[in-house]
Design a binder for this molecule. Structure first.
Ligand code: SF4
Length: 350
């Protein structure tokens, strides 16, 4: 799919009644899940979009955009329930056609209005009853086994809200990875953490069997970090840099990634320069358009997403940096960069 088409779809979304979709929750997306030309793609589902999925294709009005598209259907494991009465769907969700994802702790110490990331809705899905506050290692193992067996899941992403301890939630992820891999040996698993205080925790995540790790900064510009992430943005960039460097030493080059959000008001040249410094460190900058999600402070305050032109421009420049460095998302082995669905990078050769 051409990058311009992918970027327009990311910004305008599509109309389709049937795709599996996550509600607003952790991080920056509540998109619907589709398979487009054989690849996972997440797109906003918007009844007002000019683009529609029809007869296995995407149309702009009557114009066939020339891409094959199929909504991801509800997986079989969603209909199961643990012995203690928790629906599997409340423990982990299908992302794309083959990624299982869970927010293992659905609360965040930074969720008070003065601290909260303005694009995030982590506790909204908890309030809506669509998930539970904390997932145990045993629950995650049970759901992973079923999702692999029944629905062909091929990798797993484990993220967490920030907890009060000095590890910010990373230690619980160590236990979760161990339990999942006991149940499904060899399943590629990515963990997503804040810098964990004691950097040895990164070694523990690797020793537990994690394939790759995301340490998500969202922007490398301190002014943007303070404006959009008052709590998380107070963690000094030096802590992120130390954590990325340790992670690259432990997991390897291009087994570490970070999100960078397009559309937080950052100058595109500075965003791309930040991405370049990450690539130099061996960290994959997963550039993703900011989406204004219901329930977020951003929407309450009237924030809007980036234009398709900015998405295409930044994405194409970051993809070029990645290609020149020989870093592909697929080589991450697991995680968002390996999945690629939430970014236009795969359409740009990144
Ligand atoms: S890129 Fe990450 S958040 Fe997006 S669908 Fe894939 S695994 Fe889920």
């Amino acid at each position: 799919m051409p990058l311009t088409t992918r970027s327009a779809l990311a910004v305008r979304g599509v109309r389709t009644p049937t795709a599996v979709r996550r509600g607003p929750g952790a991080g920056p997306s509540d998109d619907g899940h589709l398979v487009i030309d054989g690849a996972n793609v997440t797109l906003p589902i918007d009844p007002g979009s000019p683009y529609v999925v029809r007869d296995g294709r995407i149309y702009d009005g009557e114009l066939d955009l020339g891409v094959a598209a199929a909504p991801v259907r509800r997986p079989a494991f969603y209909d199961l329930t643990t012995a203690d009465g928790v629906r599997y769907e409340q423990i982990a969700l299908l992302h794309g056609a083959d990624v299982l994802a869970s927010t293992v702790v659905q609360t965040c110490i930074r969720y008070a209005e003065a601290e909260r990331c303005r694009f995030c809705a982590i506790e909204e899905s908890l309030r809506a009853g669509s998930t539970v506050a904390a997932k145990t290692p045993a629950q995650l193992a049970e759901v992973a086994e079923a999702a692999v067996r029944l629905d062909g899941v091929r990798q797993m992403v484990l993220t967490t809200g920030t907890t009060a301890g000095p590890d910010r939630g990373a230690k619980h992820l160590v236990r979760c990875v161990r339990a999942v891999l006991d149940a499904v040996p060899g399943l590629p698993v990515q963990v997503q953490i804040e810098p964990p205080g004691d950097l040895d925790t990164i070694d523990e995540l690797k020793a537990a069997g994690a394939t790759s790790i995301g340490i998500h900064v969202e922007s490398t510009d301190d002014a943007v970090r303070r404006a959009w992430m008052p709590g998380k943005g107070s963690v000094p960039m030096a802590e992120y840099e130390a954590a990325w460097d340790r992670a690259v030493a432990v997991f390897g080059r291009n087994r570490v990634s970070t999100y960078l959000l397009i559309g937080l008001g950052e100058d595109p040249d500075e965003l791309v320069a930040g991405a370049a410094s990450l690539v130099e460190r061996g960290v994959y900058p997963f550039v993703v358009p900011f989406r204004p999600l219901p329930g977020t402070l951003a929407v309450r305050d009237g924030a809007t997403g980036p234009t398709a032109e900015v998405v295409a421009d930044v994405t194409s420049r970051v993809a070029r940096l990645l290609r020149e460095a020989g870093m592909s998302g697929a080589d991450q082995g697991a995680g968002c960069a390996a999945c690629g669905a939430c970014s236009a990078l795969p359409a740009a050769g990144g």
